[in-house]
Design a protein around this ligand. Structure first.
Ligand code: IPE
Ligand code: MG
Length: 272
C-alpha cells in the first residue's frame, strides 16, 4: 500500500467515525424539540479570507460555500425539513462591481455543479428553491437557478431556500404589487382591499413556514433586511464565528438554546 492509499484509507475511517459520532449526538439532540425551519444569515466571508491571508476576491466566499455544504448535511441528518440561506442581499449589489461579478460567477459555478449532482442522483432528497428578485441576476445564472429548481422539485427530505437579490423591503413591495394584480377585477371601479393573508401569500418566501430559529454568524445582532416580516416570533442566535468557520458544535449549541427557550417561545406565541 503506498502513502496515497494509506491516506485514502485513513480518511475513509475518519469520515465513518465522524458520521457515527454525529448520529449519536443528533439522536440525543432529537430527544428535545427540533426547529422546523432554520434560517442562516451567512456573514463574515471576507473577514475569514483576511484572517487567513487568502488572496482573490472570491476566496472568502469560496470558503463560505464549503461551509454551506456541511451545514446542510448536518441539518438533513438532524431532520430539519426547511433551511433558508441569505446568500446575497439587494444591498450587496452596491459592493465593488468586481466583487459582485466574482460572487455571481462563483454562484453560477456552484449551481451548475449542484445540477450535475442532482442529475447523477447524488443530492439525496434535497430540494433547492431560489427566491428574491431573480430578474436582477444575469441570464446564465437565472437559467441555471431555474434548472436546479426543476431538477430537484421531486425531492422531499430537505427544502433549501436560497435568498439571492433579496431583501424583505423588496419582498413586501413585490408581494403588495402581486396581490393587487391578483385582486383587481380589471374594471378599476372598486378600490382593492388587501388582507394581511393576501400579501403573505405573495411573499417570495411563502413556500416555507416562518423560521423558528435564525442563526447569524460574523458577530452582528441585526437582521439586515432578512425575513423581518417572518421572524417576529423566531429565536435569534448570533455568534461571532465567521460563516466559513461555522461547525457542527455551533449548530448543536444553537439548537440546544432553542430547546432551552422552548417554554418562553411557546408562551410568546400564545400571547400574540
Ligand atoms: C457574507 O460575507 C457574504 C455575502 C454577503 C455575499 P461578507 O462578504 O459580508 O463578509 P464580511 O462580513 O465582510 O467579512
Ligand atoms: Mg458582512
Amino acid at each position: 500500500m503506498n502513502t496515497q492509499e494509506e491516506v485514502g484509507e485513513f480518511t475513509q475511517i475518519f469520515n465513518a467515525l465522524m458520521s457515527l459520532m454525529r448520529k449519536f449526538i443528533f439522536k440525543v439532540l432529537c430527544a428535545g424539540p427540533i426547529p422546523n425551519h432554520v434560517s442562516f444569515i451567512m456573514d463574515g466571508n471576507r473577514r475569514f479570507a483576511k484572517k487567513h491571508n487568502l488572496t482573490g476576491l472570491d476566496a472568502g466566499h469560496r470558503a463560505g460555500f464549503i461551509s454551506v455544504t456541511y451545514v446542510l448535511q448536518y441539518c438533513k441528518e438532524i431532520g430539519i425539513p426547511y433551511v433558508t440561506l441569505y446568500a446575497f442581499g439587494v444591498d450587496n449589489f452596491k459592493r465593488q462591481p468586481e466583487e459582485v461579478e466574482c460572487v455571481m460567477d462563483l454562484m453560477l459555478e456552484k449551481v451548475e455543479y449542484t445540477i450535475n449532482q442532482a442529475v447523477s442522483g447524488n443530492l439525496n432528497g434535497v430540494r433547492v428553491f431560489f427566491v428574491g428578485d431573480l430578474t436582477s441576476l444575469n441570464e446564465r445564472l437565472r437559467v441555471a437557478a431555474q434548472r436546479l429548481m426543476e431538477v430537484t422539485e421531486e425531492n422531499k427530505d430537505l427544502m433549501v431556500v436560497v435568498c439571492v437579490a433579496y431583501s424583505t423591503s423588496h419582498e413586501i413591495v413585490h408581494a403588495v404589487r402581486e396581490s393587487c394584480v391578483r385582486k383587481c377585477d380589471g374594471t378599476g371601479d372598486d378600490p382593492v382591499v388587501l388582507q394581511v393573508s393576501d400579501v403573505e401569500e405573495c411573499m417570495y418566501t411563502s413556500v416555507v413556514p416562518d423560521p423558528d430559529l435564525v442563526i447569524r454568524t460574523g458577530g452582528g445582532d441585526r437582521l439586515s433586511n432578512f425575513m423581518t416580516w417572518q421572524t417576529s416570533r423566531s429565536l435569534l442566535h448570533s455568534t461571532a464565528t465567521l460563516w466559513p468557520e461555522l461547525g457542527l458544535w455551533h449548530l448543536v449549541w444553537a439548537i440546544l438554546k432553542f430547546q432551552r427557550m422552548q417554554d418562553y417561545l411557546e408562551k410568546k406565541k400564545k400571547l400574540d
